[in-house]
Design a protein around this ligand. Sequence first.
Ligand SMILES: Cc1cc2nc3c(=O)[nH]c(=O)nc-3n(C[C@H](O)[C@H](O)[C@H](O)COP(=O)(O)O)c2cc1C
Length: 195
Amino acid sequence: MTVRLLAFAGSTRAGSLNQALLDLAVAEARRQGAEVTSIRLKDFDLPLYDGDLEASDFPAKARELKGLFRAHHGVLIASPEYNGSVSGVLKNAIDWATRPTDGEGLVALSAFRGKVAGLMGASLSPFGGLRGVTHLRQILGTIQAVVATEQVLVPAAHTAFDESGALKDPLPAQLLGGLVARVIDLAERLEPPIS
Ligand SMILES: Cc1cc2nc3c(=O)[nH]c(=O)nc-3n(C[C@H](O)[C@H](O)[C@H](O)COP(=O)(O)O)c2cc1C
């Protein structure tokens, strides 16, 4: 089976260090045989989740994003830590994608249930965004995703990449290969539903 992965960063800014980290993971996943769809959350321009908006006019872009989750076996996410947690843009995207569509039950969680997730973080701090990734792990577990125990944290990320975009330190580069391998292996074993 060819593993299909959706990849995105939790930061939308140009020059995002997490996007740089994600790009390495995407290249590695393709090298290991996965089919990867790399998206930018900025392109979806999602409104802040609002129950009235959901009830009156479910945003087409939120539906499209949810459809992408459903069409892949899993996700690769690199996200910054904001004030000790996940970025708002990432949480908002997840919140929209958990909402039922097309007659689904309230807890169908079709975008996440049984899907595999591989998590990464890059931050300016010496801890590499550990608290944010830990919160993200908890969030994804709550919505029934299977989160790989491996993770990649890049501390002092503003000094971590060379001009070619590669990680200067061999350790996170090595961990990245292991994380991607685990995500692919889990997806092959679990065969998450795609639609
Ligand atoms: C609102 C906000 C809160 C932040 N909080 C943290 C934090 O709690 N821990 C941390 O390590 N870095 C924090 N940072 C700094 C980020 O690590 C840094 O901006 C990083 O470059 C963001 O990732 P990006 O380059 O992918 O955009 C924060 C940045 C912003 C804008």
